[in-house]
Design a protein. Structure first.
Length: 358
């Protein structure tokens, strides 16, 4: 029977940087990880984390909230790792067990070799950084996408099409799609775009938003800019293919930005959720990430509700679209739900009555 090991880990952060340590002993010597260690008998998780950081770094931390619990099978044991967002109380630390340590920029998190379980946390941290860094880009420089980037995008699109039962297509080196009268003055330099299409269905909009935003954030990680477009495009014959039962829900421009994008005014967490002072930290993180989701004319017509939790059950969150004169609320909700998952962490909750299958 495989041994179970339960540990705590500190995700120590500063603006746009994450603190990482390099293990200096044992089987995983030389790999990078979040500092922390085993929970001793009689300790709470928080007490164990404070003790481990004192022992490993001779430092004091402030623990914010639980970020993620990772379940991971190593060859000889099963690991349960509770990861907490933390800050150092001052900049002083001393390496007492690790070989090295460094602050890593949020856009360079994959520049070191992370332990497999820690890498799962890094992937979510990287997505969360992309959520915060992404802005709608309407102006692009005249620089073609490399074949390597095209291949990576097409692989991501293939994955989303398979999971979402969609027919999303990447169109490259095609300049007519965003230079019509509807795009005049709004877009410039668009040579590439993503056709967001699928079979006609009541759930198509939700799936377009949920899986399309996965492509958008992946493009952000590749150094590209994007913008969701509901009406600012033209349908160019021969640029893509559609079956008789399929329709285009929207398009997404994509390319190398010629602008920084606009910082838009957002609603408050209280306006889009039932958050309160008693809400868990992960729910607050989820709502905050959802508020960064792009929506039609920045309408943010969605609502997240933390449901009463039955004893012994995982917390339940209900998401719904609100009425709108503008429309596109299904797409908007799909995008916002994906953002909420990134912020809240799927290990912390379950969806209730989702409008589509995830």
């Amino acid at each position: 029977m495989m041994k179970n090991i339960e540990v705590v880990a500190a995700i120590i952060s500063s603006p746009d940087q994450i603190f990482a340590t390099k293990r200096g002993y044992g089987e995983f010597k030389g790999w990078w990880e979040f500092p922390g260690g085993k929970i001793e008998q009689g300790e709470s998780r928080e007490e164990a984390l404070h003790r481990e950081i004192r022992e490993e770094l001779d430092a004091q931390i402030t623990i914010d909230t639980l970020f993620e619990t990772i379940e991971w099978d190593y060859p000889d044991f099963h690991l349960t790792m509770h990861c907490y967002l933390c800050t150092l109380e001052n900049d002083n630390y001393t390496l007492k067990e690790h070989e090295d340590a460094r602050w890593i920029d949020a856009d360079s998190l994959f520049s070191v070799d992370w332990l497999p379980a820690d890498l799962e946390v890094v992937r979510r941290l990287s997505l969360l950084h992309s959520v915060r860094a992404r802005h709608s880009i309407r102006r692009y420089i005249d620089k073609p996408l490399s074949q390597e980037v095209i291949d990576k995008l097409n692989e991501k699109i293939r994955e989303c099409n398979e999971k979402g039962n969609l027919h999303i297509q990447l169109v490259v080196n095609e300049k007519r799609g965003f230079n019509g009268i509807m795009a005049y003055g709004s877009f410039s330099g668009v040579s590439n775009y993503i056709v967001m299409a699928g079979a006609k269905s009541d759930t198509l909009g939700y799936r377009i938003g949920y899986y399309g935003e996965q492509i958008v954030l992946y493009a952000q990680q590749l150094g590209l800019g994007t913008c969701w477009a509901g009406i600012s495009y033209r349908k160019i014959k021969g640029a893509y293919t559609l079956a008789s039962e399929e329709k285009i829900a929207c398009m997404i421009s994509i390319g190398y930005p010629d602008e920084g994008g606009r910082v838009l005014k957002r609603k408050t967490s209280e306006m889009v959720s039932n958050i309160s002072v008693d809400s868990p930290g992960w729910f607050a993180l989820g709502v905050k990430a959802a508020l960064q989701a792009p929506t039609a004319v920045n309408q943010q017509k969605f609502f997240f509700e933390l449901m009463p939790q039955p004893s012994g059950c995982k917390p339940i969150v209900k998401a719904k679209a609100l009425p709108s004169m503008v429309g596109y609320t299904k797409i908007d909700l799909g995008i916002a739900m994906y953002h909420f998952e990134i912020g809240a962490g799927l290990s912390n909750f379950e969806w209730s009555d989702t409008p589509f299958r995830i």
